[in-house]
Design a protein around this ligand. Structure first.
Ligand code: GRF
Length: 217
């Protein structure tokens, strides 16, 4: 062979089929409440998709549970109200979720997006928004549920990993899958390098999956 065929393994990705190419634009925007515990890059991706016209939605409120989270700064830049609900101040997970539900209802939220929400949820929240809670997880579920999904994948030595957007049910990181994106694990990957490449995919599929969830109803 005169020329070698090379694939750029650092950027290649595969996204599960979806119907984004012929998306029906909902006549009424989806009213989103976003739950975030940390950096908030997925919050930003959703806000950007709305601004760019790819997602017919509006962010009613951001709820964050960690006073040190960066997500509220991003919300402020986007003119979105951010509410701190510190789980440490509640006696039980249920009491915490009750306050979350109250805050979401006060803000007229219809869809709940867990964008890096590092708390286990209870039936109090799940039953308040049946089939309308969406989570993003940094693995190809059902592999590597729970915390440290990226470390788990590296430890297992998988050669392909990725991220999953799914509807939330009581069992952690379970529930119907909406969209997945797969990427290769590269030689020498660390949790940080792998997470950075997974996040590129998260920011692509989360807004798509939100639109898809609305169309499934
Ligand atoms: C994401 O990798 C998500 O999959 C996981 O937590 C991370 C949140 O990232 N659940 P960010 O706060 O949206 O930047």
């Amino acid at each position: 062979m005169s020329e070698s065929f090379t694939i750029d393994t650092a950027t290649i990705s595969l996204i599960s089929p979806n119907i984004s190419s012929n998306q029906v634009t909902q006549s009424t925007p989806m009213k989103l409440g976003i739950l975030a515990s940390g950096n908030g890059s997925n919050f930003e991706a959703i806000a950007q998709a709305i601004e760019d016209g790819y997602l017919n939605a509006q962010i009613q409120v951001l709820i964050y549970n960690n006073p040190a989270a960066k997500a509220p700064l991003r919300a402020a830049n986007r003119g979105v109200e951010a509410v701190l609900l510190n789980h440490r101040k509640y006696n039980s997970r249920e009491a915490f979720d009750e306050q979350i539900v109250r805050t979401l209802r006060d803000n007229d939220v219809e869809w709940v997006i867990m964008a890096g929400w590092m708390r286990l949820v209870t039936p109090v929240l799940i039953d308040a928004f049946p089939n309308r809670i969406i989570n993003i997880h940094p693995s190809l579920l059902p592999s590597f549920k729970g915390i440290n999904a990226i470390e788990q994948a590296l430890q297992a030595g998988v050669k392909i990993t990725g991220c999953t957007v799914h509807l939330v049910c009581l069992e952690v990181d379970s529930g119907p899958i909406l969209i997945q994106a797969a990427i290769p694990v590269l030689p020498g990957d660390t949790p940080e390098t792998l997470h950075a490449r997974i996040q590129v995919q998260e920011h692509r599929i989360l807004p798509q999956a939100i639109a898809l969830a609305a169309q499934r109803q």
